[in-house]
Write a protein that binds this ligand. Structure first.
Ligand code: SF4
Length: 369
């Protein structure tokens, strides 16, 4: 089974930390852009006719900022041109400051059955400092509008003036609002964003402090029944994101829209992140791909290990052998020997021990030949 990703690169305004492909000043291009996304889907359909898809993910940017009928149009196109399974997980990323009852009703009729909501913090002063357009109350209202449906909340840690209590408050607010999945990410101060000045000024917590925040939040989430299934993702049992699990299991996916990435038939390819170039390419019947790489076997082995080690389920030894015809303990003998105290192995799976999952990058470096 494979996934479909659609990138909607429009936002009401730019958050101070944002390094994603989003164009706050270009929302007027949304209709033309979506027409190009439909066309890109149509262009790709023939070569993907033998693939079955069981997840669709609208990410951004802010998918909830555009006309909801454009989301309906995308799903109609997908259902018409692709083999989308009846029980597909269909997720829409949503900013609490951008929805109303009418939009929710259109989403529901279109078959959206999962929402990923950008809460980030329950502290309005922190939300304002991040440049978010919503308050914590807007989040509560959005969740009420959405009602009884599979909801996820994004929460950030490592923020300026953020206490562990603030993080617990965000978790509490998400839980009280009926959320069954929480993605918890540490702020990455990206060069070129306004937030980077705060980092240079020493106003952000250091790596040890963030690591401590993460650990306390992880324990708190666990006490509330949100179990970690990937380093940044926590859910109630059965509410793991199928779309993202597919990424970590090295499953195939196709991405549409500006900056969207794909992994199909052993190739990884990425669309241009320039909106004008994207539109021009599609209008002239060219794929807007700027990077296209066939993944060699060596890289494929490392990818499988690296992705699986992000997850609590870890790497299946049988799956590895089935994919490459060789044994993981033989292929990675040296790094395994060096890191044996950080790993556990049972039921045919190798995983990073719970207490080391957050610092996995240092471990993974040894597996990179
Ligand atoms: S809403 Fe998301 S994509 Fe848009 S500016 Fe803020 S962080 Fe970036």
């Amino acid at each position: 089974m494979a996934g479909i990703y659609i990138h909607i690169p429009f936002c009401k305004s730019k958050c101070r930390y944002c390094d994603f492909t989003s164009y706050p000043g270009k929302i007027g291009l949304a209709d033309a852009y979506m027409a190009c996304v439909y066309k890109e889907m149509k262009l790709r359909a023939a070569e993907l006719k033998d693939k079955a898809f069981d997840t669709v993910y609208f990410g951004g940017g802010t998918p909830s900022v555009i006309d909801p009928m454009s989301i309906v149009g995308c799903l109609n196109m997908i259902r018409a041109e692709y083999d989308l399974r009846k029980d597909a997980e269909i997720t829409l990323e949503l900013n609490p400051g951008t929805i109303d009852a009418e939009k929710v009703s259109v989403y529901r009729r279109a078959g959206i059955n999962r929402y990923s909501i950008g809460l980030q913090s329950a502290n309005d002063a922190i939300l304002s400092d991040l440049g978010r357009i919503h308050t914590s109350k807007d989040f509560t209202i959005a969740c009420k509008l959405l009602g009884e449906v599979n909801k996820s909340a994004d929460i950030m840690i490592g923020l300026k003036n953020q206490t562990v209590r603030d993080i617990f408050d965000a978790i509490d607010l998400a839980k009280e609002s009926g959320v069954s999945h929480i993605s918890m990410y540490a702020l990455t101060p990206e060069d070129g964003t306004p937030m980077y000045s705060d980092y240079l000024n020493g106003e952000l917590p250091d790596a040890d402090e963030v690591s401590e925040q993460y650990e306390q939040a992880r324990k708190y989430l666990s006490s509330l029944g949100f179990e970690r299934y990937e380093v940044s993702n926590f859910s109630k049992p059965g509410f793991e994101s199928r779309h993202n699990l597919n990424y970590w299991r090295r499953g195939e996916y196709i991405g549409f829209g500006v900056s969207a990435s794909s992994f199909m038939c052993g190739r990884r390819f990425t669309n241009t992140s320039d909106l004008d170039d994207y539109i021009k390419c599609i209008m002239t019947n060219y794929y807007p791909v700027v990077d296209d790489e066939k993944i060699g076997e060596e890289d494929a082995r490392f990818e499988m290990v690296m992705l699986a080690f992000r997850t609590a389920e870890g790497l299946s030894l049988a799956k590895y052998k089935n994919a490459f015809g060789t044994d993981f303990p033989v292929d990675f003998f040296e790094p395994l020997k060096k890191n044996v105290r950080y790993l556990s192995c049972d039921n045919g799976r190798v995983r990073i021990k719970d207490e080391y999952l957050y610092v996995q990058n240092q471990i993974l470096m040894d597996f990179l030949h």
